[in-house]
Ligand binder design. Sequence first.
Ligand SMILES: C[S@@+](CC[C@H](N)C(=O)[O-])C[C@H]1O[C@@H](n2cnc3c(N)ncnc32)[C@H](O)[C@@H]1O
Ligand SMILES: [Zn+2]
Length: 375
Amino acid sequence: MKVITEGTVKILLPSLPESVSSDMPVFYNPKMRINRDFTVLMVRYLAKVLGRGLRVADPLAGSGVRAIRIIKEAEGVDIACVNDRDSRAVENIKMNFKENDIEEDRYRVFQEDANIFLRREGKFDYIDIDPFGSPVGFIESAILSLKRGGVLGVTATDTAPLSGTYPDVCIRRYGSKPLKSEFYHEIGVRILIYKIFSQGAQFDFSLIPVFSYSYLHHFRVFLVKDKGAKLTNRNVRENTGYIVFCHACLYRACLRDRCSMLMCPLCGEMLDYAGPLWIGPISSKDVVDYFAKDIGYVNVSKETKKIFNLIKEESKVNVPFFYTLSSLAKVLKKNKVPSLDRVLKEVEGVRTHFSGEGFRTRMDYKELREKFSVL
Ligand SMILES: C[S@@+](CC[C@H](N)C(=O)[O-])C[C@H]1O[C@@H](n2cnc3c(N)ncnc32)[C@H](O)[C@@H]1O
Ligand SMILES: [Zn+2]
C-alpha cells in the first residue's frame, strides 16, 4: 500500500502509477487537490448558510479522499454517503475511512451505479459529481436527488469538446455550440453551466452557479438549487443567451437572441457565435466573500489560494468574456505588447484566472481598441 496525505487526511492506495489514468485500480489524482480544496470550502459555506447538519453524497468516490476531507475539514456535516461501482474502490474507501478514525455512524458506503445510488438514497444537501470525462450522464439524477437550497458540485474533464476542439461532440453532448477564441475555456465553463441549468429548468428548478473555474484539464462548477416556474423563466430570460464573435477584428457581444446581430458592426464580417450558454455571473459575491474569510482556516494548497485570489479579483467585473494582450496586439498590428498592469489601469480592468495574459473590462470594444492602440 502507498500512503499519501492531502489536507488533513491520510489515504492508502493499492499503487501509485507513473501517470494518472482511469486504468488505475483505485483512482486518485494529486493534481485534483485544488478541486477538493474548493469542495471543502463550499461545504463549509453551505453548512453555515443552511445552519443544519448536512447530508452529503459522493457518488463517484474513487479512494474516498473527497468525502473523508469533507467529513474531517468541513464542520457541520452529519453524514457522508459514499459510492463507487468498482469493488476495489469500495474496499479502499472503507479502509480509508477507518484509517482516518471516522466514527462509523458518520458515513455509509455503497457499491452501485451512481444514478441508482442517487435516486434511491436522496435527498442530499450536497452532491459531488466527479466522473471520468463528461458529467452529463449523472446530472439529472443529481438534480432530482438534491434538496432545495442544496449545492451541486460538478467536474468536467471533457474540456476539448467544451472548448471548441470537437464542436460536433459538444453540440451532441451539451446541446450548445462552442467557439474557438482567446476565451474558449470560459465559453466551455458557461456551456457546462447552461447544460446543468437547462436540465433543472425542465422540472422548474433553477440551478444557479455560485463558484466556477477552469484549471489545467478540468472545469468545475458549483450550483445552488432553487425551485419555481416563474423564477426559472426569469433565469432563462436574463441569464441564458449567446456570445457573438468576429474572427476578423475580435469584436464580441452578448445577446439573448443571436439572430439579432449577424454581421460585425465594426468591420462588416459575418459573426460566429457560441451558445446557448449561461451569460449571467458564474460566481456569487456571497460565496467569494465567504471563501476569502474562510480560506485561512482550511488546509488548502498554495495553488488553490493563487487561483482563488484571481477569481476574487475577476468576479468584480461581471462581463461574460475577456481579452488577451497578444490577440489584441496582433489584430491591432502592434509590434510591442503593453504590460498587463498598464492595460489594467487604462481600461479599468481586472485579471482573469482563465489566462495569465487576460483581462476583463466593462469598456466598449471600440473604445478599448482606441486606448490599447496608443499604449
Ligand atoms: C474521477 S474518479 C473519482 C475521483 C474522486 N472523486 C476523487 O476526488 O479522487 C471516478 C470514479 O467513478 C467511478 N465510476 C465510474 N462510472 C461510475 C458509475 N456509473 N457509477 C458509479 N461509479 C462510477 C470509477 O470507478 C472511479 O472510481
Ligand atoms: Zn469585425
